[in-house]
Design a protein around this ligand. Structure first.
Ligand SMILES: [Zn+2]
Length: 175
C-alpha cells in the first residue's frame, strides 16, 4: 500500500495524513469518522448506523459530539474526495464504507429497475485484471500531471439479470 508521506514530522498519524493529502481539515470529527470507517473496512453504514456506532463508541476523552448535520456534511466531503465509497442499497438508502486503498476501480452494476447496486467482481473475473491495470495507468498518468487525491468509480448501469428475467416472464408488469 502506498500511503502518502506525512510532511508534518514523525508525529503525524495515518488518518491525519490521509485528510491532509485530500485537502481536508484535520478536525476531531473528521478523525473520528474516518478512523471508525477505516477500522471497520468490511462494513458499510447508513448515516443513522454510523451516528449510532460513533455515539456508543463515544470516548469522552475525545470530547467530540457529532450532530446529524455535521456528520452528513462530513460524510459528503469524505465521499467527494474519494476516501469513502457510497453505495445505494435495495431500499435506496445510501451506505458508506472506507475506500479500500488497494482497489483502484471496483466495478459495480447499478440496476435501473430494482435499484440494487452489486459488485461485478465475480461476473467480470476474466477482465478484472485488465480493468485494474487500465485504472492504475490512468491514475498514474494524472498523478504525473499534478492531479491529487484521486479515486475512480467504475459503474455499469442497466437492467440486472434478475429484473430482465422477471420482466420477460411477466410482460404485463411495468418495467
Ligand atoms: Zn434489478
Amino acid at each position: 500500500m502506498a500511503s502518502p508521506t506525512p510532511k508534518s514530522g514523525p508525529a503525524a498519524d495515518p488518518i491525519d495524513a490521509l485528510l491532509s493529502a485530500h485537502g481536508l481539515r484535520r478536525t476531531a470529527a473528521a478523525r473520528l469518522v474516518l478512523g471508525w470507517l477505516l477500522a471497520h473496512p468490511d462494513t458499510s453504514y447508513t448515516h443513522a448506523q454510523l451516528q449510532a456506532a460513533l455515539a456508543s463508541d463515544g470516548d469522552p476523552a475525545h470530547g467530540v459530539t457529532l450532530d446529524r448535520v455535521t456528520l452528513y456534511r462530513l460524510i459528503d466531503r469524505l465521499t467527494q474526495v474519494g476516501l469513502l465509497l457510497c453505495r445505494v442499497d435495495v431500499n435506496r438508502v445510501r451506505r458508506y464504507q472506507a475506500m479500500p486503498s488497494s482497489v483502484h476501480a471496483i466495478p459495480h452494476f447499478e440496476c435501473q429497475t430494482c435499484h440494487r447496486d452489486s459488485p461485478l467482481l465475480g461476473a467480470l473475473q476474466a477482465s478484472a485484471n485488465d480493468i485494474d491495470r487500465a485504472a492504475q495507468t490512468a491514475l498514474e498518468a494524472l498523478k504525473a500531471l499534478g492531479y491529487q487525491g484521486m479515486s475512480m468509480d467504475f459503474a455499469v448501469r442497466g437492467v440486472c439479470a434478475d429484473c430482465a428475467t422477471a420482466t420477460s416472464d411477466a410482460p404485463g408488469l411495468p418495467a
